[in-house]
Design a protein around this ligand. Structure first.
Ligand code: 0L1
Ligand code: MG
Length: 256
């Protein structure tokens, strides 16, 4: 199995929004560790195209998603500059079957590293929290995959957009924030921040520990998308999303 060759194939499909068969159809023995190496090699191609790494995302952070995939820990993906939308408009032309989920994004401005990191270390390193919408778009047919497949495909990362306002990490109990998503004026999802590993801060703790296995750290200036607060909602051209984060602000996303 040539991990570099697999990474090249995934990169091609990510860049062109083309669906593909599961990697594990061809390589059923693919391990999660090898899949993270494929992810790293794939994102290395973005970096070589002047699309730098700007942060990390956590996925499978809700108990419901972990049970549905029969896993006991979340997964992570890598965020590059081209994934960030500069305005709340999503163009779906080069996407396959996009879904949107409400999240928080922690802006980390002090290095986080090691296997013993605690919530208070994250609070000391987090300069701000943004309200965020993540667009996921698995490259696999019908959004169906095994754990190594989705890890290799960068945890379905595609696009994200942040709210304009930054919030102090300290004053808001992020686990208690109620989030309601409307699609074309109809309520489609709602949830609380505690859907993310009981408290979103735990997601940054877990990420730090997980990447430490490969001697990686969260560098100052990086963003961390902590995981979906509700189920992800499918979107298509013409849709309008309005997401209310009770007591904080609301985000809109126009789909074109
Ligand atoms: O951001 C996420 O939680 C997605 C993780 C990968 C699983 C999926 O694509 O649903
Ligand atoms: Mg997500």
């Amino acid at each position: 199995m040539d991990l570099k060759e697999i990474a090249e194939k995934i990169d091609l499909h990510q860049q062109n929004g083309m669906k593909m068969g599961k990697i594990t159809n061809d390589y059923p023995e693919l391990t999660v560790e090898e899949a993270y190496e494929i992810q790293r090699l794939t994102i290395q191609k973005n970096i070589e195209r002047n699309d730098p790494l700007i942060g990390w995302k956590m996925g499978l952070t809700s108990k419901a998603k972990q049970i549905s995939m029969n896993v006991e820990e979340p997964i992570y993906g890598r965020l590059t500059e081209s994934m960030e939308l500069n305005e709340p408009v999503l163009h779906v032309k080069n996407l396959i079957h996009p879904k949107v989920e409400p999240e928080f994004a922690f802006f980390i401005n002090k290095e986080l590293k090691g296997s013993n990191v605690k919530p208070r270390d994250v609070w000391a390193a987090a300069e701000g929290v943004y309200l965020a919408l993540e667009v996921i778009d698995s490259r696999y047919e019908n959004f169906k995959f095994t754990l190594p497949d989705v890890v290799a495909d960068n945890a379905s990362s595609t696009k994200f957009v942040l709210g304009t306002q930054v919030f102090s990490p300290a004053y808001t109990p992020w686990d208690k924030v109620k989030v309601t998503m409307l699609k074309n004026g109809e309520k489609v999802q709602s949830g609380y921040g505690n859907a993310v590993l009981n408290h979103p801060v735990h997601s940054v703790v877990e990420l730090t520990k997980m990447i430490n296995r490969d001697n990686l750290t969260i560098k100052p200036g990086m963003l961390v998308l902590v995981g979906g607060i509700t189920e992800a909602v499918s979107v298509r051209a013409g849709d309008m999303l309005n997401v209310d984060y009770e007591g904080l602000d609301s985000l809109d996303l126009e789909v074109k």
